[in-house]
Each structure stands twice: as C-alpha cells, then as structure tokens.
Design a protein around this ligand. Structure first.
Ligand code: ZN
Length: 166
C-alpha cells in the first residue's frame, strides 16, 4: 500500500478521469476501451493515447505505447523519469516493458487486469530481475469507473454477437 497526499490524489483522479474519456472514445470506435495520459513533473498533461489496435491494424497500438511515444516526442527525450503515466487498465507485458524502458517515474492505473496484468496481478515486470528501473505504482484510482467501463463494453459486444451484428 502506498500512502499518497490528498492534493496528489486529486490530481490522480483528474488525469484518470481524462484517461477514462479517452478510453470511451476508443470504445465507441469498436476498440477495447483503454485510455492513457502522461503528466510532467508539474502535473501538466503532455501526452495522451487511446487503444487503436483495430483501427491501426497494429498489435502494438496500445494506449500506453501511443502516450509514451508522444511524451518522448514532446520532451525530445526517451527518458520520462519525471513523468507520471495514467492508464485505466493495468498494463500488459508489452506496455510494462515500455514503461521500464522509458524510465517512467510513476505509474497510476485504474483496475487490475486478471488476464494479462504485468505490474502485479499476473506477473510483476517492474520489480523483476529483468527490470533495471524502479517506479512508483499506485493502483485502484477510480477503480470502479474503470472496471464498469470495460464490463459495459464487453457486455455490449457479447449482446451484438448474439444478435448477429459485429
Ligand atoms: Zn499493453
């Protein structure tokens, strides 16, 4: 358990809300709804991303990867050690790897991913011996909103399938 100060908690909620909006845009476009935002050392938004896997036909087009690429471009540096990444769903192994590669200072995510969560739920990449970087992790910010968004999306998807729509 990580103790966080109240103003910091409010900022986490603010950017997680933004990530939820981005996730909704992806969901409305037929993608699994995952959204990500990156704030700089002053807490200002510098990058955002939403899942674009289907639209881009790109298996690496996860929200986190898109946001990390954009932040590195903005800062003109691949080192994001003073930045915080907000993402609605616990990152997968690919994104956890990118988070370590980018030396991100902090990760804040919404809901655990029981299938591919690579921060703590299925495996723990940042704390593994394959990682040369330690980062602060806060999970569970706006957790129920993040979970409900995903559950609603999958429920609609199942409903469409049983009705012969895709
Ligand atoms: Zn991922």
């Amino acid at each position: 358990m990580v103790l966080i100060e109240y103003p910091e908690y409010l900022r986490h909620r603010q950017w997680m809300n933004h990530a939820l909006e981005l996730a909704q845009t992806a969901g409305d476009a037929g993608e699994v709804p995952v959204g990500a935002a990156i704030a700089d050392v002053n807490g200002n938004l510098i990058a955002e991303g939403e899942n674009r896997k289907e639209r881009d036909k790109d298996p690496t087009a996860h929200a986190e990867i898109i946001a990390i690429r954009s932040a590195a471009k903005t800062l003109q540096s691949w080192r994001l050690h003073e930045c915080t990444l907000y993402v609605t769903l616990e990152p997968c192994p690919m994104c956890a790897g990118a988070i370590v590669q980018a030396r991100l200072g902090m990760l804040v995510y919404g809901v655990d991913d029981t299938k591919t969560g690579a921060i703590r739920t299925v495996i723990n990449i940042p704390d593994s011996s394959a990682s040369n970087h330690r980062l602060r992790v806060v999970g569970g910010i706006l957790e129920s909103s993040c979970r409900q968004q995903l559950q609603a999306w999958f429920a609609t998807k199942r409903h469409q399938k049983t009705n012969g729509q895709r």
